[in-house]
Write a protein that binds this ligand. Structure first.
Ligand SMILES: [Zn+2]
Length: 416
């Protein structure tokens, strides 16, 4: 099973926006960019919503059927590990093996020295075609990289084998992710990580390193765009070279996690993948949930009331809601409006505060990030929430579609 050149990870926490999401993909396809949808949901999201991997499969299949979508599509077991992969085996055909927590785990001295010996031909000056400055690869560098990543990639090998035994190697796409860490992986580290992946015989098709800068949930990129661009371009070239050197799948491409709303780096990503004619996978999990809240606010009445309830409740439960996302949000307390203030807001004021239009006078990234992590509150509202999603499906669907197509796909793929 092979994933196409361009793919978009679309998360849908409450499972109601599959069709609206797919419509955005179909619009992009009609505009000449072949993108395949990948419905992704992590174990954490499933546990908060009380949904199951099967629900994501049912939603994806139903959306594809309803819109007579003839293209390929996938269901991603996002950020799985050995302890939770079993529940995803039947429903998923894309698996994101998350080994970030194993980075730095101790490996045996035999494994370390075997890896160092296997890398001898790369020590000294390493020239990667297209990268102007060659990498200086000392034995110390290889040793350091081995200590840092060998155990993690060994774990990826075990997860891959576990899935392979149950599903058969041809029946799924494999991603390896290491993005949920503080320290970015450098291009030269990525090169040796890919060697380890090849040594483990993992047919990796997408790889999600931690890039430089902050990839906060649902808001713009925070960091040095020029530095990101340089490293991203080197990563693309490293992958191209590693594919040839190590015999990895030729369609191997980068996967950008927490990729929604990173508008300032989209032009760079777009430029670089076009320059080298390479593929990309971008995951955009929570941005759709935010559009549900925007749509409810715009609907007014009970919808606006529930949107306000979600914010006010989140405001009082910040510690609990933010803790699991501490590394990927930056909320400024002084930017959060008081509950009494929000009570007086109109539909437009609420929607404009939440909607991500950079430079809009009402747009408030702290407000947006708090609601981003507040989906647990909507889940607690149960049918009160989902009934309103049904009632206002049209207005919400328009928000979801506009967000994915106009704000994301257009910028990512340079569409007009
Ligand atoms: Zn991720």
């Amino acid at each position: 099973m092979k994933i196409e050149k361009y793919s978009l990870g679309i998360g849908d926490r409450f499972g109601h926006q599959g069709e609206a999401q797919l419509k955005a993909i179909i619009r992009a396809n009609a505009a000449g960019v072949a993108i395949v949808p990948v419905w992704n949901k992590s174990n954490r999201e499933h546990s908060y919503i009380h949904s199951k991997p099967e629900d994501t499969r049912i939603e994806a299949d139903a959306a594809v059927k309803a819109l007579s979508f003839g293209g390929n599509y996938f269901v991603d077991a996002d950020h799985i590990n050995l302890s939770n992969v079993q529940g995803f085996i039947t429903a998923s055909d894309f698996f994101t093996l998350d080994v970030a927590s194993k980075i730095g785990t101790v490996s045996s001295e035999e494994e370390i020295s075997a890896f160092i010996i296997s890398c001898k031909r790369y020590s000294g000056i390493l020239n990667i075609p297209g990268i102007h400055e060659p990498f200086e690869v000392s034995d110390l560098l290889i040793t350091t990289i081995a200590h840092k990543f060998l155990a993690a990639i060994g774990e990826a090998g075990r997860i891959y084998d576990f899935i392979k035994v149950q599903k058969g190697a041809e029946n799924f796409v494999t991603e390896v992710s290491m993005d949920e860490v503080e320290v970015p992986q450098t291009p030269v580290e990525l090169f040796f990580i890919l060697k380890m992946i090849a040594d483990q015989a993992i047919p990796v098709q997408t790889i999600a390193p931690k890039f430089t800068g902050r990839f906060n949930k649902g808001v713009n990129y925070v960091g040095d765009v020029a530095q990101f661009s340089r490293e991203f371009e080197e990563d693309v070239l490293v992958i191209d070279y590693a594919v040839k050197e190590f015999g990895l799948p030729v369609n191997l491409k980068l996967s950008v996690h927490s990729g929604s709303d990173k508008f300032s780096i989209y032009p760079e990503i777009s430029r670089i993948i076009k320059k080298y004619d390479k593929g990309i996978h971008v995951k955009t999990a929570g941005t759709t949930w935010l559009e549900e809240v925007i749509g409810l606010a715009l609907a007014g009445g009970e919808g606006l009331g529930l949107a306000k309830h979600i914010y006010k409740e989140a405001l009082t439960r910040q510690d609990e809601l933010c803790a699991p996302y501490a590394d990927v949000i930056d909320i400024r307390q002084e930017e959060l409006p008081a509950a009494t203030e929000v009570d007086n807001w109109s539909s437009e004021k609420f929607a404009n505060t939440l909607r991500h239009i950079p430079g809009h006078p009402d747009y408030n990234p702290s407000f947006r990030q708090l609601i981003h992590v507040g989906y647990k509150i909507a889940a607690e509202c149960g049918e009160t929430y989902t009934d309103l999603l049904e009632l206002h499906r049209e207005i919400i669907g328009n928000c979801v579609g506009e967000n994915l197509f106009d704000r994301h796909l257009k910028r990512l793929f340079g569409l007009d």
